[in-house]
Ligand binder design. Structure first.
Ligand SMILES: [Zn+2]
Length: 342
């Protein structure tokens, strides 16, 4: 199947009430892990790349790996998404490269660090929507500011400093026309999300539910939603790692989100932990090994296992064969017509 728009994946997920994991990639093994997990669980999937990942893979390597994935896994609907685009130019270059979806994160200025004004966010996101929809490409926006810093991106603020205001969320969606909306509800990027299991005080699921009530037709996105399971932390520490104790977003909270309009769930840290744990284990147990495949294969298997588990937990498993790809040109027509009727 050709790469499809993320809007189509999320519309289908909304029809049937499930969520779709969006997994970050930098290299071939991570893409292979995701595609094998998708095949095993028969899941549609979102593969996403940050600006850092695009730089790491020189963009073209990543794009062509995705074309290989589309060729080798024709039964899997998949979208290629720009994670945290920092500017109009970044989103434009992603669209020109062949991404079928972009996130314009105007909650921060183009430096990817400084929280922006609401008006700036509306203006830059609206411009990206105009450009993207003309080509049938999906746009995710963000309102509120997430905690933490990842890949050099993030304000590094306390995760509860800029929780999304539901009224602003409604105005933002109306004025920008985004397809999906990332909200800040106390989650952070990176491994250190919570210092203990989150409660309603630290993970604001009530805010998420309030936003969904006001915007029942907008696909909501949960960022920083790795669960950071203890067993993955333990493997790393058991074989020489030095992770401090930390808590992520429990899967049951994500499932509550999915029952309340969450259609895209971003997971990166869990996969990083799985890969690193598997590699550390080989290095510790078989110090004589030096063929990269001897540790990359177990790493790939470990990531595949985590991804397959999330696909099952999010409910996307079993839905790969539900629909055919809508070409981006058709999506562009759909956007043009909805403007005429608006
Ligand atoms: Zn994010």
């Amino acid at each position: 199947m050709p790469l499809v728009s993320m809007r189509q994946l999320l519309d289908e997920a909304a029809k049937k009430g499930y969520g779709v994991g969006a997994f970050n990639v930098n290299n071939m093994e991570q893409i292979q892990s995701i595609m094998e997990a998708a095949r095993e669980t028969k899941s549609p999937v979102i593969v996403q790349a940050s600006r850092g990942a695009r730089a790491y893979s020189q963009d073209r390597f990543l794009y062509h790996l995705m074309l290989a994935a589309a060729e080798l896994y024709p039964e899997i609907p998949m979208a290629l998404h720009q994670d945290h685009g920092n500017s109009f130019e970044t989103c434009k270059s992603a669209i020109e490269t062949g991404f079928t979806s972009v996130m314009m994160d105007g909650s921060l200025m183009a430096d990817g660090k400084t929280p922006s004004s609401f008006e700036y966010n509306v203006e830059v996101t609206r411009r990206v929507v105009e450009l993207a929809h003309e080509k049938g490409v999906t746009v995710e926006g963000e309102i509120g500011v997430l905690g933490g810093i990842e890949d050099g991106h993030g304000a590094g603020v306390d995760a509860l400093a800029h929780v999304t205001d539901p009224d602003q969320a409604v105005e933002f969606v109306e004025r920008t026309g985004v397809d999906a909306l990332a909200i800040a509800i106390g989650t952070s990027h990176g491994a250190y999300k919570f210092t203990k299991k989150p409660t309603g005080e630290t993970l604001k699921m009530d805010t998420l539910i309030a936003i969904h009530k006001r915007l029942p037709h907008t696909h909501l996105v949960m960022h920083g939603s790795s669960s950071v399971p203890k067993d993955l932390q333990d493997i790393i520490n058991q074989f020489g790692g030095k992770l401090k104790p930390t808590w992520g977003v429990p899967v049951e909270e994500i499932q509550l989100g999915i029952r309340n309009g969450v259609r895209k769930i971003n997971v990166d840290t869990d996969n990083r932990l799985a890969i690193t744990g598997a590699i550390r284990k080989v290095f510790a147990e078989k110090p004589e090994e030096f063929d990269p495949r001897s540790y990359m294969k177990p790493a790939r298997d470990a990531m595949k296992k985590v991804v397959a588990q999330r696909m099952t937990e999010f409910g996307q498993a079993g839905h790969a064969g539900d629909y055919q790809a809508i070409p981006l040109a058709e999506m562009a027509k759909f956007y043009r017509e909805s403007l005429v009727h608006a």
